[in-house]
Design a protein around this ligand. Structure first.
Ligand code: MN
Length: 245
């Protein structure tokens, strides 16, 4: 099995290093990741400048671009062989509910999915890297499951509790929950007195009921959400057809 690994926290992050170490024992891996933290980059491509690829001492490739740039470059010319699977992460913190729209971790996996390659995004529920080795072990088990019950390609969003390996609960199939709107922007001044803004924290959970990613991880289980890319609102499409008909 050939696996391409990327992330949005940058190639030096503990999460991608733990994931690469775990997967190198069961697959041929290539790591192509951003040169710096690009969390929140979503599905952005850099079209206003060229991108360069460098190789680190440990063999990881790093790119002065976004997670989507990394996977795009790897799949459209950089790699000699098409990977069987693309994995992203392990992210420094949860990607649940509305987070998935902003997430660079999910975006790297989504880029592979758009190219017809199965992909899995991995995140730890809490940032700070506690129990990242346990999460990497769980990630390897998930990769080895192969998900033959799903149509290929599939796109899975996985969130893993920060618990010791033997305390992590089973895999639970989930849907995305929903958050309240984000916390307000933080207004401040730069050293020259100009007004600056820091984007605020995500909102608290609004829909964290049974069956959601928030609910599963709150019980210590591993949340596995199958994602799709089609954003069409089917009910409103029907209403629109009737209303405009
Ligand atoms: Mn991140």
């Amino acid at each position: 099995m050939r696996i391409l690994i990327s992330n949005d926290d940058g190639y030096l992050a503990p999460g991608i290093n733990a994931l690469a170490d775990a997967l190198a024992t069961v697959a041929d891996i290539v790591v192509v990741a951003p040169d710096s933290n690009r969390s929140g980059a979503s599905n952005s491509l850099s079209l206003d400048r060229p991108l360069s690829v460098s190789k680190a001492a440990n063999g990881f490739y790093f790119v002065n671009g976004t997670p989507t740039d990394c996977v795009h470059i790897a799949l459209t010319g950089m790699l000699d062989a098409r990977p069987d699977l693309v994995v992203s992460g392990i992210n420094n913190g949860q990607n649940m509910g509305d987070d998935t729209l902003y997430s660079g971790t999910v975006a790297a996996a989504t880029e592979a999915y758009l190219f017809g390659i199965p992909a899995i995004a991995f995140s730890q529920v809490h940032g700070g890297w506690a129990e990242v080795e346990s999460a990497a072990r769980v990630a390897r088990e998930i990769v080895l499951r192969r998900f033959e019950m799903l149509e290929s390609p599939f796109l899975l969003n996985v969130n893993i509790p920060n618990l010791p390996y033997d305390q992590i609960g089973p895999l639970v199939p989930t849907r995305l929950g929903r958050r309240h709107q984000s916390e307000p922007v933080i207004r401040s001044q730069d050293p020259r007195g100009r007004e600056i803004f820091w984007i605020g924290a995500p909102g608290a959970c609004r829909d964290a009921g049974e069956g959601t990613d928030f609910h599963a991880t709150s019980k210590g289980c591993v949340s596995v959400t199958p994602l799709q890319v089609d954003l069409t609102h089917r009910d409103q499409l029907d209403l629109l057809r009737r209303g405009l008909g």
